[in-house]
Design a protein around this ligand. Sequence first.
Ligand code: FAE
Length: 559
Amino acid sequence: MRSTALPSTAVHDVSRRRFLSGTGSLLGATALGGAAALGGGPLSGLAAAAEPRPTAPRALVDGAVVPVLVVGTGYGGSVAALRLAEAGVDVHMAEMGMAWDTPGSDGNIFANTTRPDYRSFWLRTRTKQPLSNFLGFPLDKDVPKHTGILDAEDFAGITVYQGRGVGGGSLVNGGMAVTPRRENFPYVLPTVSADEMYGVYYPRANAGLGVAEVDPDWWESTDCYQYARVGRKHAQRSGFPFVFVPNVYDWAYMKEEAAGAVPKSALAGEVLYGNNHGKKTLRKTYLARAQATGRVTVSPQHQVTSVRPADGGGYTVTLDQLSTTGTVTATKTVTATRVFFAAGSVGTSKLLTRLKATGALPRLNGEVGKGWGDNGNVMCGRANHMWDPTGKLQSAMPTAGIDNWAAGGAFAEVAPLPTGIETYASFYLSITRTPHRAAFSWNAAANRVDLDWQTAWKQPSIDAARTIFDKINAKEGTIYRTDLFGANKIWGDHLTYHPLGGAVLDKATDNYGRLHGHPGLYVIDGALIPGAATVNPFVTITALAERNIERIIAADVRA
Ligand code: FAE
């Protein structure tokens, strides 16, 4: 795929000029200093000094009346905000997570993956790392309770990992920007035209996100992708297609990291708890452009708790303002003509399920809360031979996958294990075909929304992943790692990084995300996708949002 990246200088100029609105200055990467060497090297402490600070915060005030309120600042919300603002509509975005624009005492905004601290987890007193163990040792540790960046949200049968803060999942994810194979698209979004998506909206999303491919010559020679080259060798020796996938990381910056010319981020193992440099998160792409219009404001640490029809038309929205320990410091009520639910698959589904059940939005239909899936996520590691090292320096940004979708129902991301030591391990996040879909329901007694996912439902995903890794192990004479997810446990089957569904397109909404029963309410995030994307999902979420908002602006806003 050809690079469609926005010129990084243009994005940065935009960010410097216009990030004075809202409550936080969304920092451009090149303004940040501070190194976080994986081995615990000295920190430069230069972070963020050059970036302009907001002079007049414009957080939502109690009683405000706004044309559009967007709930959440992830992919769907950022697309909606940008396109509505470009169409001349003032937009306010409410985000329950933090602004992430202020460095900690170490000079960095974000904590390193190997050294989680108060910044790392959303309101937990102990970390819950996706890889819970290593070489027999548990990795989790106590941390102060804080509105940190990664939410490990527990339901009965699954832990759902999500980003919290201005930028949503783009803050914590691996940046893998994958467009599904066209032949798989009807499985992903059966009611959407593939011609439109592949002709217009996927290209638009990739351009808007700054998606680009790694330089293949550099990839072949750099130490930090030895693990991926080992992954390729093993895949190909067993006859599996090995495919390169683009990423939103700034490849020129990563080359400079490798050359030792700039502070390290991907090459210091940063990803799960934020990247201090290099990654083109939404804050440098869609959100930067949205705020540059002058029409978009953002209120971080504002959690939407209720939306109900207002007496004079539009909707009354209730928000809790949160402290960094999660306590409610103020409750605000605003009126919005239109509300876009962009709180992520889980956030949007939970809100809508509760608002329907408690009578706030009584006319939502019976599809609300249904059709939720885990994108078939399952993790595993393989133990390689001592003569087949994967390298102690591993870029935290994945570049490739093993595509066995057609034959075995699995697409396996060749993932890094950036520990800073030689592990002789190959690590994979598989995305698999699975028949299981769960539903959210209101639990009045416990005053919460439940999800009826069962851990046993991961078995088809494990079986699909085995179609790849059993064969590779047999060919290479290797075995599965059993030390990464607990004692003697091969499969990471307790989690997902890719929640999808819960307010499915053309079921809970019409075919463009308009919620049935309440005109002026829209869903525009991963909740629309019925549980599976066949690959990592954010490009599809972005492209679908581009498609839907174009129609909504033409038919509802301009009409
Ligand atoms: P999302 O980005 O989650 O944004 C929702 C936002 O709404 C969040 O900022 C929430 O804090 C906020 N919110 C929720 N409830 C409320 C409320 N009541 N009031 C106010 N704000 C609220 O939604 N995908 C890929 O394609 N490639 C990858 O490499 C990749 N790696 C990942 C790695 C990790 C560790 C994780 C956790 C995810 C990864 N993903 C990846 C998934 C991707 O980040 C995710 O699909 C998208 O972020 C979902 O986009 P949405 O717009 O649906």
